[in-house]
Design a protein. Structure first.
Length: 76
């Protein structure tokens, strides 16, 4: 999951939406749009790099150990 540095909170968010589930104009609206824009931008930037970003050392070591156990069996 991508973590972005921008954040915003909306107290009593259930009161900030109209009957069409759209956020109403308020002092909270612009900061929420800023957060969402940043999330979209980061998502676009990392989309083609997910294999690299999700490659973890601990998982590679665990996989290598499992392969070694299977390949180096003394008897069948």
């Amino acid at each position: 999951m991508v973590t972005i540095t921008n954040l915003s909170s909306v107290p009593k968010a259930f009161t900030e939406f109209d009957d069409n589930d759209r956020m109403m104009p308020s002092p909270y609206y612009n900061p929420i749009v800023d957060v969402m824009e940043e999330l979209v931008k980061f998502t676009i930037l990392i989309r083609d790099h997910s294999d690299y970003l999700t490659d973890r050392y601990s998982e590679r070591v665990a996989s290598a150990e499992e392969v070694s156990k299977r390949v180096n069996q003394r008897s069948m």
